[in-house]
Design a protein. Structure first.
Length: 101
């Protein structure tokens, strides 16, 4: 039992480090402070629609592969934006910056 508890604690700590890294990424990418980031995370928790809440969590955790990432894995892909603007399909562009959305 003690070994299982230790493994579980280690997994929780690892997950906490991943989340801290994601929070730092978004703070840097969006140029926001810690308080604004806390508000974003708290607002996700308040969403009642489970599909929307899950989608927001996936975006927060960078769960989606962008065209740029897929092109890295599959050399035949170009890596351009899915929306047809022909710009590089990176995360920020795909979800916030593309004029075609």
């Amino acid at each position: 039992k003690a070994q299982a508890s230790n493994i579980y604690r280690m997994l929780l700590q690892a997950d906490e480090e991943v989340i801290k890294g994601l929070i730092r990424y978004w703070q840097n990418e969006l140029q926001i402070d810690e308080r604004e980031m806390e508000d974003i995370v708290e607002n996700i928790r308040k969403i009642r629609n489970t599909r929307v809440r899950e989608m927001r969590r996936k975006i927060l955790h960078k769960w989606y592969y962008t065209p740029s990432q897929l092109a890295h894995f599959q050399k035949k892909r170009k890596g351009n934006c899915w929306h047809g603007c022909q710009k590089k399909g990176v995360f920020m562009h795909m979800f916030w910056e593309c004029v075609e959305v």
